[in-house]
Design a protein around this ligand. Structure first.
Ligand SMILES: Nc1ncnc2c1ncn2[C@@H]1O[C@H](COP(=O)(O)OP(=O)(O)O)[C@@H](O)[C@H]1O
Ligand SMILES: [Mg+2]
Length: 256
């Protein structure tokens, strides 16, 4: 029942209201030869707009698997034995039902990825690593026509992350923390609604890792970026707005 009074205008629901992401009944089983390896056993997660959520779990609990499924890098189990298939709802779209082309588009446009080991291309400069995502999204001709504006965006992101004087460096000439900041800039070049970070500080010492978490916090504050971050470290998870604990492929407890 509504408690809205005559004095309170009824808010009109914007098209983009409700959670950004809703995951329900997510199961994932890997097949190794003839052996089934069940990893996720019916995970449910909601992610509000602008929310920073940490998935906290021990090594092997299925965190990376979960992130890959949400980011469209892999597919969940199909319905079987009377069990319905998973739902991965992003905005009003059903990621599970996406065609190959739709998945590509989703991965390029809607989602940005940050990985533990950076995954930068060693032969490209810092700037070109950041621009690569835009090249993939726009194709060669589309990219060429927006090149100047994209260069400016890349330079602005890198400047904001303290890399102004590293634009022409190659990844091997950077420290781990600098590499991860390049990877974060790359993840943001296409202005994704959702940033997925898999152990983003896992390869860094504590102080450098804390600086990377400061960068993420700043992005959240400045851009209102929605972020899902995976970690095995409770101290790192505590930086998020909310912690979802994953134990052996199941959501164990939700803490605010
Ligand atoms: N491609 C794969 N094929 C088979 N098993 C896998 C694959 N990827 C992950 N696993 C298994 O799934 C479990 C969960 O892995 P993962 O999602 O990487 O966990 P976490 O990121 O929490 O450490 C592990 O037991 C791992 O060995
Ligand atoms: Mg992992």
């Amino acid at each position: 029942m509504s408690t809205v009074t005559a004095q309170t205008p009824v808010p009109t629901e914007p098209a983009s209201s409700g959670p950004l992401l809703r995951v329900a009944g997510l199961h994932k089983t890997y097949r190794l030869g003839r052996v089934d390896v069940p990893v996720l056993h019916g995970v449910d997660i909601e992610l509000g707009r602008g929310e920073w959520v940490a998935i906290l779990g021990a090594s092997g609990s299925g965190k990376s698997t979960l992130l890959h499924l949400i980011g469209g890098l892999d597919r969940p189990d199909k319905p079987s034995g009377g069990r319905p298939g998973a739902t991965i709802r992003f905005e009003s779209q059903d990621v599970v039902a996406f065609s190959h082309a739709e998945l590509n588009r989703y991965r390029c446009r809607d989602v940005g990825f940050v990985f533990q080991f950076y995954h930068l291309l060693p032969e490209l400069t810092v700037t070109d690593n950041v621009l690569l995502g835009a090249m993939i999204r726009l194709g060669r001709f589309g990219y060429m026509s927006e090149r100047a504006a994209l260069h400016e965006t890349a330079a602005r992101l890198l400047d904001a992350f303290g890399l102004k004087n590293r634009l022409r460096h190659k990844p091997a000439q950077l420290s781990g923390g600098e590499r991860q900041r390049v990877a974060i800039a790359r993840a943001l070049i296409n202005d994704p609604s959702l940033l997925l970070a898999d152990e983003p500080t896992g390869n860094l010492d504590r102080k450098t890792g804390a600086a990377i978490l400061d960068v993420l916090a700043e992005i959240r504050r400045e851009r209102g970026q929605t972020m899902l971050m995976v970690t095995h470290d409770p101290e790192i998870a505590a930086r998020a707005d909310r912690i979802v604990e994953l134990v052996d492929g199941r959501v164990a407890a939700q803490k605010d």
